[in-house]
Design a binder for this molecule. Structure first.
Ligand code: AMP
Length: 289
Protein backbone atom coordinates (compact mmCIF):
# COMPACT_ATOMS: atom_id res chain seq x y z
CA UNK A 1 0.00 0.00 0.00
CA UNK A 2 1.35 3.40 -0.99
CA UNK A 3 1.30 6.16 1.63
CA UNK A 4 1.00 9.47 -0.22
CA UNK A 5 1.76 12.37 2.13
CA UNK A 6 1.66 15.33 -0.28
CA UNK A 7 0.11 16.36 -3.60
CA UNK A 8 3.55 15.78 -5.11
CA UNK A 9 3.21 12.11 -4.01
CA UNK A 10 -0.41 11.80 -5.14
CA UNK A 11 -0.05 13.23 -8.65
CA UNK A 12 2.37 10.66 -10.16
CA UNK A 13 0.50 7.79 -8.47
CA UNK A 14 -2.76 9.08 -9.95
CA UNK A 15 -1.22 9.58 -13.40
CA UNK A 16 -0.12 5.92 -13.38
CA UNK A 17 -3.50 4.56 -12.25
CA UNK A 18 -6.11 3.77 -14.88
CA UNK A 19 -9.23 3.66 -12.68
CA UNK A 20 -9.82 4.90 -9.13
CA UNK A 21 -12.43 4.16 -6.43
CA UNK A 22 -12.09 6.80 -3.74
CA UNK A 23 -13.06 6.81 -0.05
CA UNK A 24 -12.64 10.23 1.60
CA UNK A 25 -12.48 10.10 5.43
CA UNK A 26 -11.39 12.09 8.43
CA UNK A 27 -9.55 9.11 9.94
CA UNK A 28 -10.25 7.46 13.31
CA UNK A 29 -11.29 4.57 11.12
CA UNK A 30 -13.69 1.87 12.28
CA UNK A 31 -15.64 -0.99 10.69
CA UNK A 32 -18.00 1.47 8.97
CA UNK A 33 -15.07 2.96 7.07
CA UNK A 34 -13.66 -0.54 6.48
CA UNK A 35 -16.87 -1.51 4.75
CA UNK A 36 -16.51 1.45 2.34
CA UNK A 37 -12.85 0.60 1.70
CA UNK A 38 -13.58 -3.10 1.08
CA UNK A 39 -16.31 -2.21 -1.42
CA UNK A 40 -14.07 0.34 -3.14
CA UNK A 41 -11.29 -2.26 -3.34
CA UNK A 42 -13.74 -4.80 -4.80
CA UNK A 43 -14.90 -2.26 -7.41
CA UNK A 44 -11.28 -1.48 -8.30
CA UNK A 45 -10.53 -5.18 -8.86
CA UNK A 46 -13.22 -5.15 -11.55
CA UNK A 47 -11.32 -2.58 -13.63
CA UNK A 48 -7.98 -3.18 -15.39
CA UNK A 49 -5.37 -1.07 -13.62
CA UNK A 50 -7.97 -0.13 -10.97
CA UNK A 51 -7.03 0.97 -7.46
CA UNK A 52 -8.71 1.90 -4.19
CA UNK A 53 -7.59 5.24 -2.76
CA UNK A 54 -8.47 6.34 0.80
CA UNK A 55 -7.89 9.88 2.04
CA UNK A 56 -7.52 10.98 5.65
CA UNK A 57 -7.87 14.68 6.31
CA UNK A 58 -9.55 16.32 9.29
CA UNK A 59 -11.05 19.27 7.48
CA UNK A 60 -11.14 22.40 9.67
CA UNK A 61 -13.63 24.27 7.44
CA UNK A 62 -16.50 21.88 8.15
CA UNK A 63 -16.33 22.23 11.94
CA UNK A 64 -18.57 25.01 13.22
CA UNK A 65 -17.40 24.29 16.79
CA UNK A 66 -13.62 24.74 17.39
CA UNK A 67 -13.79 22.49 20.51
CA UNK A 68 -15.24 19.69 18.35
CA UNK A 69 -12.31 20.07 15.90
CA UNK A 70 -9.74 20.15 18.71
CA UNK A 71 -10.97 16.90 20.24
CA UNK A 72 -11.58 15.05 16.96
CA UNK A 73 -9.73 11.71 17.38
CA UNK A 74 -6.49 11.21 15.45
CA UNK A 75 -5.33 7.57 15.22
CA UNK A 76 -3.10 7.45 12.16
CA UNK A 77 -1.16 4.23 12.92
CA UNK A 78 -4.39 2.32 13.48
CA UNK A 79 -5.87 3.96 10.35
CA UNK A 80 -2.99 2.78 8.16
CA UNK A 81 -3.41 -0.77 9.47
CA UNK A 82 -7.16 -0.60 8.88
CA UNK A 83 -6.66 0.54 5.25
CA UNK A 84 -4.11 -2.20 4.62
CA UNK A 85 -6.38 -4.86 6.11
CA UNK A 86 -9.36 -3.67 4.06
CA UNK A 87 -7.55 -3.83 0.73
CA UNK A 88 -6.71 -0.16 0.02
CA UNK A 89 -4.00 0.31 -2.60
CA UNK A 90 -3.03 3.83 -1.58
CA UNK A 91 -3.72 6.20 1.25
CA UNK A 92 -3.49 9.95 0.81
CA UNK A 93 -2.72 11.80 4.07
CA UNK A 94 -2.25 15.42 3.02
CA UNK A 95 -1.30 18.28 5.30
CA UNK A 96 -3.39 21.48 5.44
CA UNK A 97 -0.97 23.16 3.00
CA UNK A 98 -1.86 20.58 0.31
CA UNK A 99 -5.61 21.11 0.66
CA UNK A 100 -5.58 24.85 1.41
CA UNK A 101 -2.29 26.15 -0.06
CA UNK A 102 -1.31 29.50 1.45
CA UNK A 103 -2.27 32.34 -0.86
CA UNK A 104 -4.62 30.18 -2.94
CA UNK A 105 -8.37 30.42 -2.49
CA UNK A 106 -10.11 27.05 -2.65
CA UNK A 107 -13.65 27.61 -3.96
CA UNK A 108 -16.82 26.68 -2.13
CA UNK A 109 -19.20 25.47 -4.88
CA UNK A 110 -22.82 26.66 -4.92
CA UNK A 111 -24.62 24.62 -2.27
CA UNK A 112 -27.35 22.29 -3.57
CA UNK A 113 -30.87 22.90 -2.17
CA UNK A 114 -30.65 19.68 -0.17
CA UNK A 115 -27.82 21.23 1.91
CA UNK A 116 -29.74 24.23 3.19
CA UNK A 117 -33.09 22.85 4.32
CA UNK A 118 -34.51 24.18 7.58
CA UNK A 119 -34.59 21.77 10.56
CA UNK A 120 -31.86 19.43 9.30
CA UNK A 121 -28.04 19.67 9.62
CA UNK A 122 -27.68 23.26 8.40
CA UNK A 123 -29.90 24.58 11.20
CA UNK A 124 -27.72 22.98 13.84
CA UNK A 125 -24.29 23.15 12.19
CA UNK A 126 -24.37 26.35 10.11
CA UNK A 127 -21.63 26.38 7.49
CA UNK A 128 -20.96 22.65 7.86
CA UNK A 129 -21.94 21.67 4.31
CA UNK A 130 -20.09 24.63 2.81
CA UNK A 131 -16.94 23.15 4.39
CA UNK A 132 -17.85 19.61 3.33
CA UNK A 133 -18.48 20.65 -0.29
CA UNK A 134 -15.30 22.73 -0.36
CA UNK A 135 -13.07 19.88 0.83
CA UNK A 136 -14.81 17.10 -1.10
CA UNK A 137 -14.65 19.06 -4.36
CA UNK A 138 -10.98 19.82 -3.70
CA UNK A 139 -10.27 16.13 -3.02
CA UNK A 140 -12.24 15.03 -6.10
CA UNK A 141 -10.26 17.43 -8.28
CA UNK A 142 -6.96 16.13 -6.87
CA UNK A 143 -7.85 12.41 -6.90
CA UNK A 144 -9.98 12.44 -10.09
CA UNK A 145 -11.80 9.21 -9.15
CA UNK A 146 -14.27 7.28 -11.27
CA UNK A 147 -16.27 6.30 -8.21
CA UNK A 148 -16.50 7.94 -4.79
CA UNK A 149 -18.05 5.99 -1.92
CA UNK A 150 -19.96 7.61 0.96
CA UNK A 151 -21.73 6.13 3.98
CA UNK A 152 -25.52 6.21 4.26
CA UNK A 153 -24.91 6.94 7.96
CA UNK A 154 -24.45 10.58 6.87
CA UNK A 155 -27.48 10.48 4.57
CA UNK A 156 -27.86 14.23 4.06
CA UNK A 157 -24.13 14.49 3.30
CA UNK A 158 -24.44 11.72 0.69
CA UNK A 159 -27.39 13.54 -0.90
CA UNK A 160 -25.51 16.88 -0.87
CA UNK A 161 -22.41 15.41 -2.51
CA UNK A 162 -24.41 13.47 -5.07
CA UNK A 163 -26.30 16.68 -5.97
CA UNK A 164 -23.06 18.71 -6.10
CA UNK A 165 -21.34 16.19 -8.39
CA UNK A 166 -24.40 16.11 -10.65
CA UNK A 167 -24.79 19.89 -10.84
CA UNK A 168 -21.10 20.37 -11.67
CA UNK A 169 -21.30 17.62 -14.30
CA UNK A 170 -18.34 15.74 -12.81
CA UNK A 171 -17.84 12.29 -14.40
CA UNK A 172 -17.91 10.52 -11.03
CA UNK A 173 -20.32 7.88 -9.75
CA UNK A 174 -21.31 8.65 -6.15
CA UNK A 175 -22.01 5.35 -4.42
CA UNK A 176 -23.92 5.06 -1.10
CA UNK A 177 -22.86 2.29 1.29
CA UNK A 178 -25.16 0.93 4.05
CA UNK A 179 -24.52 1.84 7.68
CA UNK A 180 -22.46 -0.51 9.85
CA UNK A 181 -23.84 -0.92 13.35
CA UNK A 182 -22.85 -2.25 16.77
CA UNK A 183 -24.77 -5.30 18.05
CA UNK A 184 -27.38 -3.09 19.81
CA UNK A 185 -27.97 -1.12 16.61
CA UNK A 186 -25.85 1.97 17.40
CA UNK A 187 -24.37 3.29 14.14
CA UNK A 188 -20.58 3.09 14.26
CA UNK A 189 -19.03 6.54 14.52
CA UNK A 190 -15.69 8.07 15.42
CA UNK A 191 -17.57 10.00 18.11
CA UNK A 192 -18.91 6.94 19.96
CA UNK A 193 -15.64 6.71 21.92
CA UNK A 194 -16.62 9.91 23.77
CA UNK A 195 -19.70 8.25 25.32
CA UNK A 196 -19.44 7.17 28.97
CA UNK A 197 -20.65 3.58 29.61
CA UNK A 198 -24.06 4.89 30.77
CA UNK A 199 -24.33 7.23 27.76
CA UNK A 200 -23.26 4.38 25.49
CA UNK A 201 -26.29 2.36 26.64
CA UNK A 202 -28.63 5.34 26.09
CA UNK A 203 -27.14 5.93 22.63
CA UNK A 204 -28.86 2.79 21.36
CA UNK A 205 -32.10 4.83 21.56
CA UNK A 206 -31.42 6.39 18.13
CA UNK A 207 -31.49 3.02 16.37
CA UNK A 208 -34.40 1.89 18.54
CA UNK A 209 -36.39 5.01 17.60
CA UNK A 210 -35.74 4.44 13.88
CA UNK A 211 -36.69 0.78 14.16
CA UNK A 212 -39.97 1.60 15.94
CA UNK A 213 -40.78 4.41 13.49
CA UNK A 214 -40.21 2.07 10.55
CA UNK A 215 -43.09 -0.12 11.76
CA UNK A 216 -45.54 2.82 11.59
CA UNK A 217 -46.97 3.96 8.29
CA UNK A 218 -48.19 7.43 9.24
CA UNK A 219 -45.37 10.03 9.10
CA UNK A 220 -46.78 12.09 12.00
CA UNK A 221 -47.05 9.03 14.23
CA UNK A 222 -43.55 7.93 13.24
CA UNK A 223 -42.12 11.33 14.20
CA UNK A 224 -43.95 11.34 17.54
CA UNK A 225 -42.71 7.82 18.24
CA UNK A 226 -39.07 8.82 17.60
CA UNK A 227 -39.42 11.86 19.85
CA UNK A 228 -40.91 9.70 22.65
CA UNK A 229 -38.19 7.03 22.50
CA UNK A 230 -35.41 9.63 22.45
CA UNK A 231 -36.92 11.71 25.25
CA UNK A 232 -37.33 8.62 27.43
CA UNK A 233 -33.64 7.87 26.92
CA UNK A 234 -32.76 11.40 28.07
CA UNK A 235 -31.46 12.44 24.64
CA UNK A 236 -31.60 16.09 23.57
CA UNK A 237 -33.32 16.03 20.19
CA UNK A 238 -32.14 18.31 17.37
CA UNK A 239 -34.41 16.67 14.83
CA UNK A 240 -36.32 13.42 14.43
CA UNK A 241 -38.19 13.60 11.14
CA UNK A 242 -39.48 11.66 8.17
CA UNK A 243 -38.54 13.16 4.80
CA UNK A 244 -38.43 12.35 1.10
CA UNK A 245 -35.21 10.35 0.76
CA UNK A 246 -33.80 12.19 -2.26
CA UNK A 247 -34.79 15.83 -1.84
CA UNK A 248 -35.11 15.60 1.97
CA UNK A 249 -38.19 17.80 1.62
CA UNK A 250 -40.95 17.36 4.21
CA UNK A 251 -43.86 15.14 3.29
CA UNK A 252 -46.79 17.54 2.94
CA UNK A 253 -49.74 16.53 5.15
CA UNK A 254 -52.45 14.80 3.17
CA UNK A 255 -50.22 14.09 0.17
CA UNK A 256 -48.57 10.98 1.57
CA UNK A 257 -49.03 8.04 -0.77
CA UNK A 258 -47.37 4.89 0.58
CA UNK A 259 -44.80 3.59 -1.88
CA UNK A 260 -44.90 6.64 -4.16
CA UNK A 261 -41.41 7.94 -3.33
CA UNK A 262 -38.68 6.55 -1.10
CA UNK A 263 -38.66 8.15 2.36
CA UNK A 264 -36.13 8.25 5.12
CA UNK A 265 -36.40 8.80 8.88
CA UNK A 266 -33.53 10.96 10.16
CA UNK A 267 -32.36 11.78 13.69
CA UNK A 268 -29.78 14.09 15.25
CA UNK A 269 -29.62 14.03 19.05
CA UNK A 270 -27.18 14.69 21.84
CA UNK A 271 -26.45 12.07 24.46
CA UNK A 272 -24.68 14.09 27.13
CA UNK A 273 -22.27 16.27 25.16
CA UNK A 274 -21.94 13.86 22.22
CA UNK A 275 -23.87 14.67 19.06
CA UNK A 276 -25.02 11.58 17.18
CA UNK A 277 -26.85 11.21 13.87
CA UNK A 278 -28.57 8.23 12.29
CA UNK A 279 -31.22 7.45 9.68
CA UNK A 280 -33.02 4.56 8.04
CA UNK A 281 -35.37 3.86 5.14
CA UNK A 282 -39.00 4.52 6.15
CA UNK A 283 -41.33 2.69 6.47
CA UNK A 284 -39.75 -0.75 6.73
CA UNK A 285 -42.63 -2.38 4.83
CA UNK A 286 -41.57 -0.46 1.70
CA UNK A 287 -37.82 -0.83 2.25
CA UNK A 288 -37.83 -4.60 2.37
CA UNK A 289 -36.37 -4.43 5.91
P1 AMP B 1 -15.90 10.43 8.41
O1 AMP B 1 -14.51 9.95 8.61
O2 AMP B 1 -16.72 10.38 9.65
O3 AMP B 1 -15.98 11.73 7.67
O4 AMP B 1 -16.59 9.36 7.47
C1 AMP B 1 -16.02 8.98 6.24
C2 AMP B 1 -17.01 8.16 5.48
O5 AMP B 1 -17.36 7.00 6.22
C3 AMP B 1 -18.32 8.93 5.23
O6 AMP B 1 -18.76 8.66 3.91
C4 AMP B 1 -19.25 8.34 6.26
O7 AMP B 1 -20.61 8.42 5.90
C5 AMP B 1 -18.77 6.91 6.30
N1 AMP B 1 -19.19 6.25 7.55
C6 AMP B 1 -19.05 6.74 8.81
N2 AMP B 1 -19.62 5.91 9.71
C7 AMP B 1 -20.13 4.87 8.99
C8 AMP B 1 -20.85 3.68 9.34
N3 AMP B 1 -21.16 3.38 10.59
N4 AMP B 1 -21.21 2.85 8.34
C9 AMP B 1 -20.92 3.13 7.05
N5 AMP B 1 -20.24 4.23 6.66
C10 AMP B 1 -19.86 5.09 7.62
Amino acid sequence: MYVLRTNADLEPWRADTAWVAFVPTMGALHEGHESLIRQAAAAARGHPGGACLVSIFVNPTQFNDPADLARYPRTIENDLECCRRSGADAIYVPGPEDIYPPGESIPIPPLPDVAILPQLEDSHRPGHFAGVCQVVLRLLRLARPHEALFGEKDWQQFRVIDAMVESLGLPIRVVPIPTMRESDGLAMSSRNRFLSPAERRRAASLALALEGAARLTDPGQAQRHMADVLTQAGATIEYAVVREARSLMPISPGTFVPGATPRRALIAARIGSVRLIDNAPWPASLAGA
